[in-house]
Design a protein around this ligand. Structure first.
Ligand SMILES: NC(=O)c1ccc[n+]([C@@H]2O[C@H](COP(=O)([O-])OP(=O)(O)OC[C@H]3O[C@@H](n4cnc5c(N)ncnc54)[C@H](O)[C@@H]3O)[C@@H](O)[C@H]2O)c1
Length: 308
């Protein structure tokens, strides 16, 4: 098959590209490198079945050209920065809603019938809660467009709601921020909030497994899957794993009670029964996933340096 992977140079995108190539598929990757890294595509770029388009998916011409001859789309390109959303009120609308619409409209024009994407971590079949960040509001709008295009134009949409994804090539999120801080100052760590938030960290390779399993399984035209680990952990616990993986004992300073920032979610722990019924189980538990990420970042300190 010929796949389009948007956000190909990001965490989810680059792992998905590698996996699809390893399975013998042809892959078109698109990335603007706004947060992605060309180094993450080093393996893929050596493969003649991989084509990279460096461009912004906000530009519809780029999208329609990228979609030529494509059988299915993995859509990962997005503004993944939740924390500073309120500083740039238009960014989530452009990056998450308009870009998603561009993809859907190009799929309609190119007669592409399958999209796999990742949206809000909420109950698979429950009512959507009040949105607290501009990013989650834009994801909600994008999901609405996806389901309406699916119904209107016969597109199969597989929507994945990930918990906190970590792993090799991770370049954002609090785990990355902690590693960056500790890289600069191994003896101290400043943590926003009181450390009581809970996350069910999931390794990126387990996420790719889940997506490919669902792709090859019969589903409803619009199907939502939660993807997370079996057990959540508190932030303080994961800080212990990070310190232990780095063999350091930093002094930890918490900024205080309450949410770390507007839109920060106190608990992300997803019911993944639907995927378990298909036979999916994460290979790494949260501790192993966190440790793998920390070891990777320690071995790739260039990622922790301020970006040029
Ligand atoms: N990592 C997580 O913990 C997590 C959790 C839940 C959901 N998700 C979602 O999964 C998706 C992928 O996340 P990720 O962790 O791989 O993020 P990432 O930042 O590593 O990758 C996103 C990629 O998209 C590219 N991109 C962004 N806007 C673009 C544009 N307009 N045109 C071209 N390229 C563009 C970036 O350069 C980057 O390479 C996002 O929708 C994210 O919200 C991630």
């Amino acid at each position: 098959m010929r796949f389009l992977v948007t956000g190909a140079a990001g965490l989810m995108g680059s792992h998905t590209v590698d996996r699809l190539l390893a399975e013998g598929h042809e892959v078109i990757g698109v990335d603007s490198y706004i947060t992605g890294r060309r180094e993450f595509l080093a393996y893929a770029s050596a493969n003649p079945r991989f084509t990279l388009i460096v461009g912004d998916l906000f530009d519809f011409t780029t999208v329609i050209e990228a979609c030529e001859g494509v059988d299915a789309v993995f859509h990962f390109a997005a503004n993944t920065d939740v924390r500073y959303g309120t500083d740039y009120p238009r960014r989530d609308l452009d990056q998450n809603v308009i870009v998603t619409w561009n993809i859907l409209e190009a799929m309609r024009r190119r007669d592409i019938k399958t999209i796999l994407t990742t949206l809000l971590p909420t109950p698979e079949d429950g009512p959507l809660p009040i949105q607290t960040s501009l990013q989650s509001a834009s994801k909600l709008a994008a999901e609405a467009f996806i389901s309406a295009y699916a119904q209107g134009y016969g597109i199969r949409a597989l929507i994945f709601r990930f918990a906190a994804v970590v792993g090799e090539r991770c370049t954002h999120g609090h785990l990355f921020d902690f590693c960056r801080q500790l890289h600069a100052h191994p003896d101290q760590l400043h943590v926003l909030g009181d450390g009581a938030v809970r996350r069910s960290y999931i390794d990126v390779a387990d996420c790719v497994d889940a997506m490919l399993l669902a792709l090859h399984h019969p589903t409803s035209p619009v199907e939502v899957f939660n993807v997370g680990s079996l057990t959540p952990c508190e932030l303080t616990e994961s800080i212990g794993w990070i310190a232990s993986a780095l063999n350091i004992q930093p002094a930890i300073e918490y900024s205080g009670p309450g949410p770390a920032w507007v839109g920060s979610c106190p608990v992300i722990y997803l019911d993944c029964t639907k995927l378990h019924r298909l036979g999916w189980q994460p290979k790494l538990d949260p501790e192993a996933a966190v440790r793998r990420t920390v070891h990777y970042l320690a071995a790739n300190p260039w990622l922790l340096e301020p970006r040029a």
